[in-house]
Design a protein around this ligand. Structure first.
Ligand SMILES: Cc1cc2nc3c(=O)[nH]c(=O)nc-3n(C[C@H](O)[C@H](O)[C@H](O)COP(=O)(O)OP(=O)(O)OC[C@H]3O[C@@H](n4cnc5c(N)ncnc54)[C@H](O)[C@@H]3O)c2cc1C
Length: 322
């Protein structure tokens, strides 16, 4: 029976949530096309991760070796290449994260297996495997058919599938770690947490987030004043941090923080998936954008198509700002 592998992403003691979304997809492929799902855990001292993920899929394969203690392309890829060559899964899934993006396209090239990255959907039909990707900042969905091959890779965009629930105890087996590269060219020196700063946007019940639409650093105090009036914490998209208008601790998104406020108000944010992936089921999502086709409106509960400064001024006036 053809197999689908889910590469388990773990970091600093926990399995990343995106892994459980890949589990859901693997289960769907089992239900629709009979693929046998298996989780693959690579690392050092990863028995606890194997135990955890074994509650989600019928089989877990573990490659455990001290050489795999820190994530490094050369060592992890060596372990995975060996496993994939020996077991020949039809499909290997990984989260579309720094982990998946570093590992999967290079493995695909080295093993000569087609790869689709950043998929929002992967399906198996009569014609073979197909994938859907969102391109042009979410404006278009493209459907890809994989060229016939012995096996495939896909990375899955966070938020595309609901995280799986547990499904009983699966089996766990070890796969021997192959010889590691004698002289790896990269070295993992450790993790460094970004400074938490004075705010913790992950805990705020109400967030007022600004994007590139804020235009100039001179307009940031206006947004801050409105946030203060509303009792909200000021957050932002990545370009605002890149321009150093606000600190990194306020950035929402895949390379920033994941937030789950009761109210999320987005001013001048287009709604790129990297941003929206950081906004997990807010109570109410309000978006203000002058472009009626902005992807943010697909995520928002309430949308205002208008100049954001007009709305900010109107709100400030309503709230009695001087
Ligand atoms: C690996 C990677 C990781 C990333 N991580 C993140 C992340 O964590 N967080 C993140 O946010 N992004 C992230 N990005 C960037 C992301 O792809 C987008 O580029 C970014 O989110 C866009 O920010 P924005 O919406 O503020 O800007 P834009 O996409 O430029 O959108 C600005 C919006 O403002 C609107 N606008 C302009 N003027 C006005 C006005 N006067 N009134 C009303 N509306 C107005 C425009 O119509 C537009 O929709 C990442 C990208 C990569 C490649």
């Amino acid at each position: 029976m053809a197999k689908v592998f889910v590469l388990v992403e773990h970091r600093q003691g926990s399995i990343r949530e995106a892994t459980f979304e890949c589990v859901t997809l693997a289960r769907e492929l089992h239900a629709s096309a009979g693929l046998e799902p298996a989780a693959v855990v690579v690392g050092s001292g990863v028995a606890a991760f194997a135990d955890t993920i074994a509650a989600y899929l019928p089989e877990t394969i573990v490659v455990d070796d001290p050489a795999l203690e820190r994530f490094r392309y050369e060592t992890h890829a060596a372990a995975l290449r060996d496993l994939i060559e020996r077991e020949a899964p039809l499909l290997v899934l990984a989260p579309h994260s720094a982990f998946g993006m570093e590992l999967v396209p290079r493995l695909s090239a080295e093993l000569g297996r087609p790869c689709a990255t950043d998929c929002v959907e992967v399906a198996m039909a009569e014609g073979g495997l197909s994938a859907v990707r969102s391109v042009y900042n979410g404006k278009i969905l493209e459907r890809l058919a994989f060229a016939p091959a012995g096996g495939y890779f896909a990375t899955v965009r966070s938020g595309s599938y609901a995280p799986a629930a547990t499904a009983g105890a699966g089996s766990i087996r070890a796969h021997a770690c192959p010889a590691m590269p004698a002289t790896p060219r990269t070295e993992h020196r450790g993790y460094r947490e970004t400074a938490a700063g004075e705010v913790d946007i992950t805990q705020a019940p109400m967030l007022l987030a600004i994007g590139r639409g804020i235009k100039d650093v001179e307009n940031v105090p206006k947004a801050q004043a409105l946030a203060d009036r509303l009792g909200a914490v000021l957050a932002c998209s990545r370009p605002v941090v890149d321009k150093k208008w606000l600190g990194k601790e306020r950035q929402v998104g895949t390379s920033g923080r994941t937030v789950k406020p009761k109210v999320y108000i987005a001013f001048g944010i287009s709604g790129a998936f990297q941003h929206l992936a950081g906004v997990k089921s807010p109570g109410v999502f309000i978006a203000v954008n002058r472009d009626p086709k902005a992807p943010v409106f697909r995520a928002a509960d309430f949308g205002v198509v208008e100049d954001m400064f007009k709305i900010m001024d109107a709100l400030a006036e309503k709230l009695g700002a001087k």
